[in-house]
Ligand binder design. Structure first.
Ligand code: HEM
Length: 485
C-alpha cells in the first residue's frame, strides 16, 4: 500500500521535510519556503492561556445511565426514563498548580461533567470535596492568589496560604477535609465527585426541590500519604493521567454511582444550616442519599489538546428542569466560566467538537466572531422575531421561580440556627479514626509550622480550637514541637 502524502496546511504535497530551501548549497534560507515558514509559525502559536485555576487535568468520554426514577423531582429530559443513556465528557483536574505541575499533590480535585443531552449540554462543574473554602465569590481571586505562586518569590508560600485561612474562619471545614486522608487521592478513579453547591430541580408540576449531587466511586476510595505522594510526584508527575489513560485503554472502565440529596424548597428557610452555604454539608440523616444513575467512562480522547485543553465547562449551562439556587458562590460562578472561555478559547468555543451539543443542534441568532464555523444554513436569519420561520422561544420556565425579599446591599450570608464556621469542621474531626486524626494533625502542623509570623499561626490555631478543643490542642502542640526543633 502506498503511503499517504505529507501536505502543507492547505493540502499541497510537501517535497522535503528534512532540508530547508536555501540560496545555493551553503547559502541563507529562502523566504519562499512556505513549508518551513508555516511550520515554524504554527509551532510558535501552539500554546493558549492555561486555565487560571484547574490548569492540569485529564479527560475521558463515556455515558450516564438512569437507574432510578426521579421524575417526581425534575422534568429534566435526560433523567426522565430508567435505562436512558446520555453521552458525557468528564474532565478531572488539580486546582492550584500550573499545567506543568504534578498530579500527586495535596489539593482538591476538579470533577467536571458535560452531559450531552437532547435538550442541550448540561455542565455539572464540581470537585471531589462536598464543601469549599469560602462562601462569597468576591473572595475567590484573593483566595486563589494566596494559594498559587507569590508574585515576588515565584513559589507557593506557606505564609500566604495560611494568612488567607487566618482571615477566613469559614475555611476551617474544608481545610480539615483537605489536610485529612482524602486530601491526596491515589488517582482520579479512586475518588468521589460532588456538585458541592446546592442546585434546584423542578418537576413537571412546577414544584421546586433543592438538590446536592454525589458521585460515589465504584473503584473504592484510595488515598496517598504525604510521603507516598511526594515520591510518586517525583517519579511520574503525570501519575493520574497515566492511571486514567491506561485503565480505559485496557478496558477497565471506571464508573461512579450518582446519588442526590433532595430538600423540598419550602424546608430551606427553616433548615438548621443555611442550605446555600458552600462551606456546609447537609447531614445524610437530615436528607438521605437517593440513587439516580451510573456514570461510566469508556473512551479516551484522541487528542489531549483539542478535547481536554479546549474543553469548556460552565456552571450556567443548565437544561430545562435544573437551575441555580441562591448560593452566592454558585451565582458568582455563573458569570466566571463562560467569561474565562471567551478569553481562553474565543467567542466561538461552543462550536468546538468537545463543547458543541451532540444530541441536539444549536438554533439561534448568534453569529460571526473569530473562527466562526456554524453558519446555521443559508436561509437562517440572524435576527428575531422574523417572518421566516426562524427558531422561537418555548415560553416554558427552565426552573421554578424563587421568592426574594429585602433590600439590595453587600449582605453577609444569612445564618440559620446551627450555623457557625466551626461546628461541621469539629464534626468531621470527631468522625475520624485515631490514626486519621494523627495524620491530619501532622499534615496541618507540617504546613502551619513553616509560617513566619506568630500572629498568623495563632489565628489559625484559634480556628482549630473552636472546631474542637482536642483538635486545637493537638495542632498547637504539634506546631510548637516542630518550631522548637
Ligand atoms: C466563586 C468561586 C469560583 C470562581 C470565580 C471560579 C472560577 C473558575 C475559573 C475562571 C475556571 C477556569 C475555567 C476555564 O478556563 O475553563 C475554573 C475552573 C474550574 N472550577 Fe472554579 N471557580 C470557583 C469556585 C469553584 C468551586 C466551588 C468548584 C467546585 C465545586 C469549582 C470547580 C472548578 C472546576 C472543576 C474547574 C475546571 C473545569 C475544567 O475541567 O475545565 N470552582 N473555575
Amino acid at each position: 500500500m502506498s503511503k499517504r502524502v505529507l501536505t502543507t496546511e492547505s493540502g499541497a504535497p510537501v517535497a522535503d521535510n528534512q532540508n530547508s530551501a536555501s540560496a545555493g548549497v551553503g547559502g541563507p534560507l529562502l523566504l519562499q519556503d512556505q513549508h518551513l515558514l508555516e511550520k515554524l509559525a504554527r509551532f510558535n502559536r501552539e500554546r493558549i492561556p492555561e486555565r487560571v485555576v484547574h490548569a492540569r487535568g485529564s479527560g475521558a468520554y463515556g455515558y450516564f445511565e438512569v437507574t432510578d426514577d426521579v421524575t417526581g423531582f425534575t422534568y429534566a429530559d435526560f433523567l426522565n426514563t430508567v435505562g436512558k443513556r446520555t453521552e458525557v465528557f468528564l474532565r478531572f483536574s488539580t486546582v492550584a498548580d500550573s499545567l506543568g505541575g504534578a498530579d500527586a499533590v495535596r489539593d482538591p480535585r476538579g470533577f467536571a461533567v458535560k452531559f450531552y443531552t437532547e435538550e442541550g449540554n448540561y455542565d455539572l462543574v464540581g470537585n471531589n470535596t462536598p464543601v469549599f473554602f469560602i462562601k462569597d465569590p468576591i473572595k475567590f481571586p484573593d483566595f486563589i492568589h494566596s494559594q498559587k505562586r507569590d508574585p515576588f518569590t515565584g513559589r507557593q508560600e506557606p505564609d500566604n496560604v495560611w494568612d488567607f485561612w487566618a482571615h477566613a474562619p469559614e475555611a476551617t471545614h474544608q481545610v480539615t477535609w483537605l489536610m485529612g486522608d482524602r486530601g491526596i487521592p491515589a488517582s482520579y478513579r479512586h475518588m468521589n465527585g460532588y456538585g458541592s453547591h446546592t442546585y434546584q430541580w423542578t418537576n413537571a408540576d412546577g414544584e421546586a426541590f433543592f438538590v446536592k449531587y454525589h458521585f460515589k466511586t465504584n473503584q473504592g476510595i484510595r488515598c496517598l500519604s504525604s510521603e507516598q505522594a511526594a515520591e510518586i510526584a517525583g517519579k511520574d508527575p503525570n501519575s493520574h493521567q497515566t492511571d486514567l489513560l491506561q485503565a480505559i485503554e485496557r478496558g477497565v472502565n471506571p464508573s461512579w454511582t450518582l446519588y442526590v440529596q433532595l430538600m423540598p424548597a419550602a424546608e430551606a428557610a427553616d433548615y438548621r444550616f443555611n442550605p446555600f452555604d458552600l462551606t456546609k454539608v447537609w447531614p445524610h440523616k437530615d436528607y438521605p442519599l437517593r440513587r439516580v444513575g451510573r456514570l461510566v467512562l469508556d473512551r479516551n480522547p484522541d487528542n489531549v489538546f483539542a478535547e481536554v485543553e479546549q474543553a469548556a465547562f460552565s456552571p450556567n449551562n443548565f437544561v430545562p428542569g435544573i437551575g441555580p439556587s441562591p448560593d452566592k458562590m454558585l451565582q458568582g460562578r455563573l458569570f466566571a466560566y463562560a467569561d474565562a472561555h471567551r478569553y481562553r478559547l474565543g467567542v466561538n468555543h461552543t462550536q468546538l467538537a468537545v463543547n458543541a451539543p451532540k444530541a441536539t443542534v444549536v438554533n439561534n441568532y448568534g453569529r460571526d466572531g473569530f473562527m466562526a464555523t456554524n453558519a446555521q444554513g443559508r436561509h437562517a436569519k440572524n435576527y428575531e422575531p422574523n417572518s421566516y420561520d426562524g427558531p422561537v422561544e418555548t415560553g416554558r420556565p427552565l426552573s421554578a421561580p424563587l421568592a426574594v425579599t429585602g433590600h439590595t446591599g453587600t449582605h453577609e450570608a444569612p445564618l440559620h440556627t446551627k450555623d457557625d464556621d466551626f461546628f461541621q469542621a469539629g464534626e468531621l474531626y470527631r468522625l475520624m479514626s485515631a490514626e486519621e486524626k494523627s495524620r491530619l494533625i501532622a499534615n496541618i502542623a507540617g504546613g502551619l509550622s513553616q509560617v513566619s509570623r506568630d500572629d498568623v499561626i495563632e489565628k489559625n490555631l484559634a480556628h482549630f480550637h473552636a472546631a474542637d478543643p482536642e483538635y486545637g490542642k493537638r495542632v498547637e502542640d504539634a506546631v510548637r514541637a516542630l518550631r522548637e526543633d
